[in-house]
Ligand binder design. Structure first.
Ligand SMILES: [Zn+2]
Length: 484
């Protein structure tokens, strides 16, 4: 088989975080009873007139600036005409030749090196409704989503992305930026961030482009990466058979981990774009741009660099903890309160991430508040609880949401500070394990000490300080070796 190189372009749609829809006053929210947030404007009734949502325009300007784009001062809206049952007007208001943002870039890190991914355009449009196909031959339409402000971000051609890892890194970075600047909640599973990569392959070294396919319905980072990998292998197999790749849209079946043919794109659809006559051009002034720029929050790259210097975090930790605004805010609150940033990072990226993953939750929904996590770390630092107990405690905190000190008291999890109580336990462990004790004292097998420590730890249910146990075991061994 010839060696092929993937060529990947990314089209991402982000639903914008606004109170109302793009051109009417209907609420912009996810879910709810079908067709309860609709009005003549978002239903496309004759005679209804769109009114532009300024917050949505500013969210796109914010995104354009964060992605290093130039902002078109004469951006405008156009009608994209096509017929589909989820689009009641028969056209979508979008931006065609003068989008708000053009010629930007973002940097990704893959395998330890930085790569710049160029961005062709960032534009604003409205979302369509949603179709539900039920068993049999019936379909229903929910127009709550119709008219929700939607931003499209398209990478530059020729594409910079040449592997599924790079595509995933691009999406992770883009999602992080969008959540940091507060324009999108980034929830791929709810469809508020949607990604449609177009994928082609070519022999390594070639500078021509193969026929591309577009993959839809990818609702996780993993699905994006797997979908691209699957498509590359499938296309290579087709080419090796001497056949040609069909230009088409393909869906992603997550259960089968396969793409499947949805519809042919052999005939380029003619959208008959023309300027939207019901809206005036945007006319974005320099002063408006500067006002948005001046109010921009700290971006992920800047925060990552600050985490490395201010909290002495390793590069890896700083990158992980800045994947979303919520996560980095969580870390920063906990780190400041407990005074041990590395410990906070370890707990967040370790036990807490595992619990959230298992519960299918995001950090923003986590029942363990950053204040409680900090308190738990302090209980460890001041010796109130052992590291072993902390591992159990965090699970209990996750389930109950209760403050750690309260759980520790209720469960009797304080570290045993009473040497007398520990000595009694030690006495029993020594008596139960005469062979081990003899091995240590008479045959010099000092490594077997660890077994005794473990036995004491087990007898105290993890509530002893290993330092205390070690000290007391040493004392006892010395006494037995030399009873006089
Ligand atoms: Zn409406």
């Amino acid at each position: 088989m010839a060696e092929y190189e993937p060529v990947v372009g990314m089209e991402c749609h982000a639903e914008l975080l606004t109170a109302s829809k793009m051109f009417c006053g209907c609420k912009n929210e996810f879910g709810g009873e079908p067709n309860t947030r609709c009005c003549p404007v978002c239903l496309g009734m004759p005679g209804s007139l769109p009114v532009m949502n300024k917050t949505a325009v500013e969210h796109v300007m914010r995104t354009a600036l964060a992605l290093n784009c130039r902002i078109n001062s004469d951006a405008k809206f156009d009608r994209k005409n096509y017929f589909y049952p989820d689009l009641p007007k028969g056209y979508q208001i979008s931006e065609y030749d003068f989008p708000i943002g053009v010629n930007g870039w973002l940097d990704i890190e893959v395998n330890g090196s930085t790569k710049r991914i160029h961005i062709r355009r960032v534009h604003l449009e409205e979302d369509t409704g949603k179709l539900f196909h039920v068993l049999g031959d019936e379909s229903y339409v929910d127009l709550n989503r119709s008219g929700v402000p939607l931003m499209e971000i398209v990478t530059e051609f020729p594409p910079d992305i040449h592997s599924s890892e790079e595509a995933k890194a691009y999406l992770v970075k883009l999602r992080s930026i969008l959540t940091f600047i507060g324009v999108c909640d980034g929830k791929m599973e709810e469809g508020s961030l949607r990604c449609e990569p177009n994928v082609s392959i070519r022999p390594i070294g070639s500078d021509t482009f193969g026929t591309k396919t577009e993959i839809k319905n990818l609702n996780s980072f993993r699905a994006v990466q797997r979908g691209i990998d699957y498509e590359c292998v499938r296309q290579a197999t087709v080419l090796e058979r001497g056949e040609r790749i069909a230009q088409e849209t393909r869906g992603w079946n997550d259960a089968k981990q396969q793409t499947f043919s949805q519809r042919s794109k052999e005939v380029e659809q003619e959208y008959r774009y023309f300027p939207e006559p019901d809206l005036v051009p945007l006319e974005i002034s320099d002063e408006w741009i500067e006002r948005i720029r001046a109010a921009m929050p700290e971006l992920p790259d800047a925060r990552r660099a600050r985490f490395e210097t201010e909290y002495s975090l390793p590069v890896y930790d700083a990158a992980q903890l800045t994947e979303s605004r919520a996560l980095s805010d969580y870390f920063e609150t906990a780190a400041k309160l407990c005074g041990d940033p590395k410990a906070a990072a370890n707990w967040i990226m370790g036990d807490l991430a595992r619990l959230l993953n298992a519960g299918g939750e995001e950090i923003a929904e986590c029942s363990v508040s950053p204040e409680h996590l900090a308190e738990m770390i302090q209980l460890m630092t001041d010796g109130t609880i052992s590291g072993k107990i902390a591992k159990v405690l965090i699970e209990e905190m996750y389930v109950t949401g209760a403050p750690p000190a309260q759980i520790v008291e209720a469960k009797g999890w304080r570290t045993i500070r009473d040497d007398g109580a520990l000595a009694t336990i030690l006495e029993k462990v020594f008596a139960d394990n005469p062979v081990i004790v003899a091995d240590i004292l008479e045959r010099g097998l000092v490594k077997k000490r660890g077994f005794l420590v473990g036995q004491v730890m087990q007898a105290t249910q993890g509530k002893a300080d290993p330092k205390d146990i070690n000290r007391l075991i040493d004392e006892k061994l010395t006494n037995q070796a030399d009873p006089h």
